[in-house]
Design a protein around this ligand. Structure first.
Ligand SMILES: [Zn+2]
Length: 226
């Protein structure tokens, strides 16, 4: 059974077919992390949406502990990780915003995100095992291209930042849901990690419902069968 687990903040685990995937593994400095670093010793792929510290997080530490895990990110970010942290290119899956990247039975695609970053452009990511498709928006403001992301990838689930200040807030994220049209549910992330991004997720839940869509509010550590 495909499974999603919200680790906390923007860190999301996906267990699809034979692959264990972690998106944005911000763990040791994450006050909401549900797990410790060793949890990722058996993982296959780390997706990094951008290099802000709360997203790149413990990527380098996990690569040093786990000899099989690979990083999927924009090529430019990978070049930076190679230069700065000496991570060899054979541990990287090169990518950029565009078409699918196939890794065994899992397909990935990077998407646009309206945000900033130090190295390379920020992204969101689509992950699909053929039966279920998940869109993790990364850090982003609201943008009209989300309509296109919904149209091109038809996600079943959309993981959307709602914390405001650095990303969409609950109202903007509810508008995003109307554009993406997730077939099963939207799940809010990137909120209440710190006071600066404190919001009430029920505001999101209410407006998403008014717009005719379903949302699922998780707590850090919660698992969801997809
Ligand atoms: Zn960011």
């Amino acid at each position: 059974m495909p499974e999603l687990r919200w680790i906390g903040h923007a860190a999301v685990e996906l267990d699809l077919k034979d692959k264990k995937i972690i998106i944005d593994p911000f763990i040791t400095d994450n006050p909401k992390s549900a797990v410790r670093l060793e949890y990722f010793d058996s993982f296959d792929i780390i997706v990094v949406t951008h290099d802000h510290y709360d997203h790149l997080g413990n990527t380098v530490d996990i690569v040093k502990r786990n000899s099989k895990v690979k990083i999927l990110a924009t090529y430019d970010l990978e070049v930076y990780l190679n230069k700065e942290f000496k991570i060899p290119f054979e541990r990287m899956i090169p990518a950029n915003v565009g078409g699918y990247i196939n890794e065994g039975e899992i397909r990935f695609a990077l998407t646009q995100a309206i945000h900033s970053s130090e190295h390379s452009d920020p992204t969101g990511v689509i992950v699909s095992d053929g039966s279920v498709t998940i869109y993790h928006a990364g850090d982003t403001g609201l943008f009209e291209g989300m309509k296109l992301i919904g149209e091109v990838f038809s996600p079943d689930y959309a993981l959307l930042p709602i914390g405001g200040r650095f990303t969409m807030d609950p109202h903007q994220a509810a508008i995003a849901v109307s554009m993406i049209k997730p077939k099963k549910a939207s799940i809010p992330i990137h909120y209440n990690t710190w006071d600066a991004i404190k919001v009430d997720p029920s505001d999101f839940e209410k407006e998403v419902k008014e717009r005719g869509y379903r949302s699922i509010i998780l707590n850090p550590g919660d698992k969801l069968e997809l």
